[in-house]
Design a protein around this ligand. Structure first.
Ligand SMILES: [Zn+2]
Length: 430
């Protein structure tokens, strides 16, 4: 019976609409403060309109929800998600319909795990974000980066070593696959970034140095040139948004930061002086724990990739130490690929080995939201990520005590009693 109710809520969001919700008797984690506050929350037109310790009178037509002293948090945010990079290697270059079918499942898993927002760090067409917004696909709000800009021979150049070059031989500067676009020179960086923005990208992703899961670019390689980085940054800032860049080493991160990149992805091999530079420039390091610890078990991973993985993994604990030392904004991100998305909620417990549960929850809510807001006017959704009057009503009602034991989030099916996205109930076990 419960399943049927859930299914209805998923398929027919209009049925779940009411003239607001009054969520009574909850202990609120507002996204920032480590202490819980007992109170009540009123949601109207998708927005949190009142947060009060005093009893709130339910407006006419509002549905009253008894929170029964549960913990209420903002919806979670993943800053480094990939909806379309989960086709198992045994399927090879699967048709786009397969990529889409799996992406649908990934999107579902995100929302049902309490993630109401993700920043797709490349590869997902902005149309998927639109399909979710239109209620066609059950999933979180998506901030898409569209195709990742990679130089020839860069971390996004996934061609076989003997494959023809898309522009040098075929005439088009764009790879057909849409996940990464091969660009060389200032003009192509401008064109590709502008094309992504036109399609609906809310920020631009570039490959800013060697990577693990590509076969021909050494981890220490610098990608792309300062002029090319500045071109992508110019195109993004002309649209009021920013560039995030994949990079591991100090040399790569320095070049990116000095040329205007606002968010570094991974960063595992940076040294103390580079961490200091990152902090001085108010740049974000969005890094991930679980993926680097589990990638070695990915079916079909090559020897070359394993060797590169071992190199970057060595820096992980040092990076966490530097993030804490310089209080660098990091948020919460996973970078799960290759079908590993069922490990999504393990990121919570893995982080709790280094940060308190309240700090991890702040990373997954207010801190990630702060990073998302760097999209400026390309963010069409308003403010979210905190429980505050006037902010979007992305809310989770949790069974258990996540601030004492964050592992309750590992079992969202059982422990997320309510998931609300933009004031709409997408799951309720109440
Ligand atoms: Zn990634």
């Amino acid at each position: 019976m419960q399943k049927i109710v859930l299914l209805v809520a998923w398929c027919l969001p209009s049925l779940a609409l009411a003239d607001g919700y009054l969520i009574e008797n909850v202990r609120i984690f507002n996204g920032v403060d480590p202490e819980l506050t007992a109170g009540h929350v009123l949601v109207e037109d998708g927005v949190i309109t009142t947060v009060s310790e005093d009893v709130i009178e339910a407006p006419d037509g509002a549905t009253v929800i008894d929170g029964a002293n549960r913990v209420l948090t903002p919806g979670f945010i993943d800053l480094h998600a990939h909806l379309t990079m989960h086709v198992p290697s045994k399927l090879g270059d699967a048709h786009a319909t397969v990529v889409g079918a799996i992406a649908n499942d990934v999107a579902r898993q995100y929302l049902d795990s309490g993630f109401t927002t993700i920043r797709d760090a490349g590869g997902t067409d902005p149309d998927i974000a639109r399909a979710i917004e239109a209620g066609i696909v059950h999933g979180p709000r998506v901030f898409p980066s569209a195709a990742i800009l990679s130089q020839t021979g860069g971390h996004g150049d996934w061609r076989h070593s003997s494959a023809p070059h898309p522009s040098l031989e075929a005439g088009s500067p764009y790879m057909g696959a849409d996940q990464a676009v091969l660009v060389d020179g200032v003009d192509q960086h401008l064109a590709a970034a502008r094309e992504n923005l036109r399609r609906g990208a809310t920020q631009i992703k570039i490959m800013g140095g060697g990577g693990v899961m590509s076969d021909y670019d050494p981890i220490d390689s610098l990608q792309p040139s300062p002029e090319e980085i500045r071109a992508a940054v110019q195109a993004a800032s002309d649209w009021g948004t920013y560039v995030l860049a994949h990079a591991y080493t100090s040399e790569a991160v320095r070049r990116l930061v000095e040329n205007g990149v606002r968010c570094i992805e991974h960063g595992l091999l940076i040294d103390d002086a580079t961490a200091k530079l990152v902090k001085q420039n108010d740049v974000v390091i969005s890094t991930q724990l679980v993926i680097f610890r589990e990638l070695a078990n990915l079916p079909g991973i090559s020897e070359t990739n394993l060797e590169k993985l071992a190199v970057v993994l060595e820096g992980q604990e040092n990076l966490i130490r530097l993030i804490k030392k310089y209080d660098i904004t990091t948020g919460f991100s996973t970078d799960l690929i290759g079908g590993m998305y069922p490990m999504l909620t393990r990121e919570f417990t893995e982080r709790a080995l280094y940060w308190t549960p309240a700090e991890v929850l702040a990373q997954a809510t207010s801190e990630s939201a702060q990073v998302i807001r760097m999209s400026g006017k390309r963010n069409r959704f308003g403010n979210f990520g905190e429980i505050r009057e006037g902010w979007v009503a992305d809310l989770l009602l949790i069974n258990g005590e996540p601030l004492d034991d964050i592992s309750v989030l590992r079992d969202p099916g059982r422990n997320l009693a309510l998931i609300m996205k933009a004031g709409e109930i997408v799951k309720s076990q109440l």
